[in-house]
Ligand binder design. Structure first.
Ligand code: ARG
Length: 491
């Protein structure tokens, strides 16, 4: 048997079913490039520490670059994972006397943990960029609609008038928290487990700081047992993704509702719609529905991860292999969702006339009318609430005359006798004046919204800088790694 892993200790090779059951090769496609980087950095460090000879280092590095060039499909898929398959290919290329030295002072346990972190940190950076782009689109749309009236809802019942800007920037604000959570998770992902070996570190005089620095990590995951066995960073990311997808499912639900004939507030671009195979008139908001549905993928991944990791004793256990694909499934879904959401909002056709005509439907100005009674006549709010409640129940036009007749029954006194006028009533019922009055911090008044949106935009610019700083630092480390590799290749 020529299997470089099993040939010493084991006799029988796994049959096809066992191999399929135990292999991570397919999911390892995610970490192929990362594994090459990890191998390069480890080899460079081994040479610098005098653990392998410069000549062997040069050959290993050249071999690794060739394996990278050939791509994942050139590897032997009868191995149980990418790490050993890649090492076997290297040995094919440069011989065991050289290639067989690469794995000194290392285990697949620290290797795989490092690979996952390398890939995930890139995915997180991509996601941060995508969330930023979506927030930008939402805020730009909000800016256009700071005067577009619409009904605001509670319990999905018309509640008070607001503006589309207020509504959209509420979603943008929630996304700001998602951004912060991804950034925070990044700081715990971007740590290096390499050098922990199987779990107990190694007697080779490794330089863990050097490998970490070559790979552009912000620091080490020091305790070698924790380094190989913890996957809380996956649970954390899956939970962050789930929070984001829950927010998305709410936004998607609105897009679905708002596209109905009942609402008619918006029309999605045709790109995001499908039609029926039988009902030729249909324009269905499929992308938004699927996004609502795909929330299940991230919730499912989170549930799988926490269930797989629960109760595992220290240190590495093979169960952990089963955890990894969940994060890939989740991050792929979440990133695609952010991009599709950005596209849907970026191309949305808004119907300001419908939104505006619905702004006062369902007596949404009732609160302002009650507030006006309080401010102008000095009656308690609870009494004003009762008076307007009676008006709403009777479903009649809220004229001064009607208000007076109700207040005479309830209070024994007409509100007009306490200073209420036709004009004050008219103003209370005017949705635009409702909005203008709501100018406290975070309210929909266009002036306040202008301030808020400007502040959000500044935040977006800061976010852009934060992302660029993180990217630059990683890129420059990897560039340095590759230039050291070029230098050492020469032997
Ligand atoms: N494919 C394995 C994983 O994803 C790599 C580590 C294997 N380690 C081991 N001791 N069998 O976890």
């Amino acid at each position: 048997m020529s299997n470089i892993l099993r040939r010493g200790r084991l006799d029988a090779a796994p049959d096809e079913e066992i191999l399929k059951y135990t292999s991570s090769m397919e999911a390892d496609r995610w970490i192929f490039d990362a594994d090459i980087l990890v191998d390069l950095a480890h080899t460079v460090m081994l040479k610098e520490q005098g653990i392998i000879r410069a000549e062997d280092c040069g050959k290993i590095l050249s071999g690794l670059l060739q394996v990278r060039e050939e791509g994942m499909d050139k590897l032997d898929f009868s191995y149980e994972d990418i790490h050993i398959s890649l090492e076997s290919r290297l040995i094919d290329l440069v011989g065991e006397d050289t290639g067989g030295r690469m794995h000194s002072g290392r285990s697949r346990n620290d290797e795989v943990a490092t690979c996952i972190r390398l890939v995930l940190r890139d995915e997180l950076l991509g996601l941060l960029e995508e969330i930023r782009a979506l927030r930008k689109t939402l805020l730009a749309l909000a800016e256009k609609h700071s005067e577009t009236l619409m009904p605001g809802f509670t319990h999905l019942q018309h509640a008070q008038p607001t503006t589309l800007a207020h509504h959209l920037s509420a979603h943008a604000q929630a996304l700001g928290r998602d951004f912060d959570r991804v950034l925070d998770a990044f700081s715990r992902v971007n740590l290096c487990p390499l050098g922990a070996a199987a779990f107990a570190s190694t007697g080779f005089k490794l330089n863990r700081k050097r490998s970490s620095e070559l790979l552009g990590f912000a620091g080490l995951l020091e305790n070698s047992m924790d380094a190989v066995s913890s996957r809380d960073f996956l649970i954390e990311c899956a939970s962050v993704f789930t929070n984001l997808m829950i927010n998305f499912s709410r936004m998607a639900e609105e897009l679905v509702l708002w596209s109905t004939s009942e609402f008619g507030y918006i029309e999605l671009d045709d790109m995001y719609a499908s039609t029926s195979s039988i009902m030729p008139q249909k324009k269905n908001p499929d992308s938004a529905e699927l996004m609502r549905g795909k929330t299940g993928v991230s919730v499912g991944a989170l549930m799988s991860l926490i269930t797989i990791c629960k109760g595992l004793p220290l240190s590495y256990n093979r169960d952990l292999q089963e955890a990894t694909p969940n994060i890939w499934r989740s991050v792929e879904t979440v990133r695609a969702s952010v991009r599709v959401m950005e596209g849907m909002y970026g191309s949305l056709k808004v119907r300001p006339d419908v939104l505006g005509s619905q702004a006062t439907a369902g007596f949404t100005t009732a609160t302002e009318l009650a507030d006006t009674f309080v401010r102008e006549t000095g009656i308690p709010f609870r009494t004003a609430h009762q008076l307007v409640g009676i008006l709403a129940r009777e479903g009649c036009e809220p004229t001064l005359e009607k208000i007076d007749s109700i207040s005479e029954v309830v209070l024994g006194e007409a509100l007009s006798a306490r200073g209420l006028t036709e004009n004050l009533v008219k103003e209370a019922l005017d949705p635009e004046s409702n909005i203008r009055r709501r100018n406290a911090i975070g309210g929909p008044a266009p002036e306040e919204m202008g301030r808020y949106l400007a502040k959000q935009k500044t935040e977006l610019e800061l976010n852009e800088e934060e992302i660029a700083t993180l990217k630059d630092s990683i890129d420059s480390s990897l560039e340095k790694l590759l230039s050291v590799v070029e230098e050492y290749r020469k032997g």
